[in-house]
Design a protein around this ligand. Structure first.
Ligand SMILES: NC(=O)c1ccc[n+]([C@@H]2O[C@H](COP(=O)([O-])OP(=O)(O)OC[C@H]3O[C@@H](n4cnc5c(N)ncnc54)[C@H](O)[C@@H]3O)[C@@H](O)[C@H]2O)c1
Length: 262
């Protein structure tokens, strides 16, 4: 398919995991991608290997100045912006009573403020171009339900869920053809899980434990999430805005069998 031919996308967190795979899939469908990440070397490496004319960019999503820079660069290099994927994110887990304020603040500033700034600055550039545009914000299952040992992460991702709906309504109300949706993955096998794997002593032990909580019996791959993102950003989803798309192998669907002997 070539759903994104001649389009331009910014993908934050594009150097790794879900953002990297999304950049690959977008480029494979003809999109120019600005692979934006705090880690510039990795972002540039990803961009160099994409199927289209794409670039790496050093972006700190928590900095307003950095967002203004990337918007300037996007307009100068590609003439405008059609798609923003806010995938940059960080997470810390632990006992709620001992959660350091620094970890809380870091998650709020990257996951929530970063997404806020991205939406705000992208809308200005998208509306200038005046063609249909889309924003996909990567929240989490933790943006829909709480987590015993990830309170700060859930609070930041819950904020992303309602920020997304508000941005969708704002754009619709203003008559902008800019859609905004959130994606809520279960566990995804990416670099983000590396510290947890270290704590478990083996990646396989960690992944087996996570998979046992997912009805389909496996954790997600980055490609599972990227294809949902591409759908939400494509013309096929032109009536979909303010939606929270769960990609979780059935995890939030309801209760597993506990009520009968099988
Ligand atoms: N992996 C999972 O299990 C999982 C599950 C649900 C939701 N998510 C969410 O999906 C998104 C992508 O996660 P991932 O698994 O690909 O993680 P990842 O760690 O593989 O990639 C995250 C990227 O974000 C970048 N980043 C961090 N802080 C940044 C900043 N201030 N500015 C710019 N870039 C920054 C990192 O350098 C990294 O390249 C995150 O928002 C995460 O919370 C992940």
């Amino acid at each position: 398919m070539n759903r994104f031919q001649t389009k331009t996308a910014i993908v934050t967190g594009g150097a790794s995991g879900i953002g990297r795979e999304t950049s690959v899939q977008l480029a494979n469908e003809g999109c120019h991608v600005i692979v934006a990440d705090l880690n510039f070397d990795k972002a540039e490496e990803v961009a160099k290997n994409l199927a289209t004319d794409s670039i790496g960019f050093k972006l700190d999503v928590s900095s307003e100045e950095s967002w203004l820079d990337i918007m300037r660069c996007t307009e100068e290099t590609f003439g405008g912006l059609d798609i923003l994927v806010n995938s940059a994110g960080i997470g810390f887990a632990g006992d709620f009573e001992d959660m350091p304020l620094s970890e809380w603040n870091a998650m709020m500033s990257v996951n929530l403020t970063g997404t806020f700034l991205g939406c705000q600055k992208a809308i200005k550039l998208m509306k200038k171009k005046g063609t249909p545009a889309a924003i996909a914000n990567i929240s989490s299952l933790g943006g829909l339900v709480g987590g015993e040992d990830i309170a700060g992460y859930c609070a930041s991702k819950g904020g992303v869920t309602l920020l997304t709906k508000s941005v969708a309504l704002y754009c619709a109300g203003k008559g902008y053809d800019i859609r905004c949706n959130s994606i809520h993955p279960t566990y995804v096998d990416t670099e983000m899980l590396d510290p947890i794997a270290d704590a478990f002593g083996s990646r396989k032990t960690m992944l087996d434990g996570m998979a046992s909580q997912v009805p389909v019996g496996r954790v997600a791959k980055p490609a599972d999430i990227a294809s949902a993102i591409l759908y939400l950003c494509s013309p096929e989803a032109s009536m979909v805005t303010g939606h929270q798309m769960v990609v979780d192998g059935g995890q939030l669907a309801g209760m597993r069998a506990q009520h009968s002997t099988k």
